[in-house]
Design a protein around this ligand. Structure first.
Ligand code: FAD
Length: 263
């Protein structure tokens, strides 16, 4: 079984600066890390590999050259191989172009039985990339998976947590699943694997390597989303103490929350 796990490098801090003139994220000098949900996606792939002895796992990311760091981490956790999808022509991709590029990268790998994505990222946060990859590849999908119940020869049985209800689904291979947090506890990268693979060359896939070569389908050109404005929300640390008897405090709190449109 061939498993592809999609992982993304995201800013390590929530204190991300935005250029006030261009509205673009200032990534230079900003520390990065693997998207936390993708640790669960990798751990799920490793868990399936423990059940299916013939399974191999390839970690994929689309990003700039420095995104190799998360691929190395994936290898140190136990993935067998890693692919960086990187080209200047992919820059400025919205969710549609990102999903198209990743689906092309997966197609280029050939014969993938199972694609695993995190549920969402901590920067873009749309939770749309997994489902859109499945659409591009014409694969059945199960999202928000919080339990792997059984891995069979031709299918996988999973439980999905949709907050107000659970669904148990049997999905035929090849398919795509997106993983909720807490499905398994992600393992730490192994020091031993880190030493063994310290000189590992990570394969970089560019536009010319993908099956679909039409430049207008990628990056900013292939992104129909128009961002009108990106800004850092104002931080308000103002505090107010409400005093009085419990009933008056509750009334005042209710009024305040209602006036602020929280309720
Ligand atoms: P989600 O849908 O929340 O992620 C779900 C899962 O999909 C993840 O857990 C992971 O498994 C997988 N996944 C998501 N992204 C990747 C990836 N890149 N590689 C591998 N797996 C992935 N972002 C930039 O960094 N640079 C830009 O120049 C840029 N320009 C943009 C321009 C526009 C007009 C717009 C709208 C967005 C732009 N973005 C840019 C943001 C970028 O489009 C999103 O970060 C990207 O589409 C992923 O969406 P998401 O973070 O919401 O992923």
């Amino acid at each position: 079984m061939k498993i592809a796990v999609c992982i993304k490098q995201v800013p390590a801090s929530t204190d991300v600066k935005v250029d006030p003139i261009t509205g673009v994220l200032i990534r230079d000098g900003a520390k990065s890390k693997m998207n936390p949900y993708d640790l669960y996606a990798i751990e799920t792939a490793l868990h399936i590999k423990e059940i299916c002895a013939d399974a191999s796992i390839v970690a994929i990311t689309m990003g700039p050259p420095q995104a190799k760091e998360v691929l190395k981490e994936a290898i140190w956790m136990g993935c067998d191989d890693a692919v960086l999808i990187s080209d200047r022509k992919f820059a400025g991709a919205d969710v549609l172009a990102t999903s198209r590029t990743l689906s092309q990268g997966i197609e280029q790998l050939g014969d993938v039985d199972l694609v695993i994505c995190g549920k969402q990222t901590t920067d873009g946060d749309t939770a749309q990339v997994g489902p859109e990859i499945a659409e591009f590849l014409n694969l059945p999908q199960a999202t928000f998976v919080n339990e792997i119940k059984e891995v069979k020869d031709k299918s996988i049985i999973v439980s999905s947590n949709y907050e107000n209800h659970y669904e148990v689904l049997e999905v035929l291979f090849p398919c795509l699943i997106t993983i909720d947090k807490d499905i398994f506890t992600p393992r730490l990268p192994s020091y031993k694997r880190g030493v063994s693979y310290q000189n590992l060359e990570i394969n970089t896939v560019m536009l010319k390597d993908l099956p679909l070569k039409d430049e207008t389908m990628y990056g900013l050109n292939g992104s129909p989303t128009q961002v009108e404005k990106i800004f850092s929300p104002d931080k308000n640390t103002e505090q107010k103490v409400i005093e009085g008897c419990a009933l008056d405090v509750a009334d005042a709190l209710f009024k305040k929350l209602k006036d602020s449109k929280f309720i």
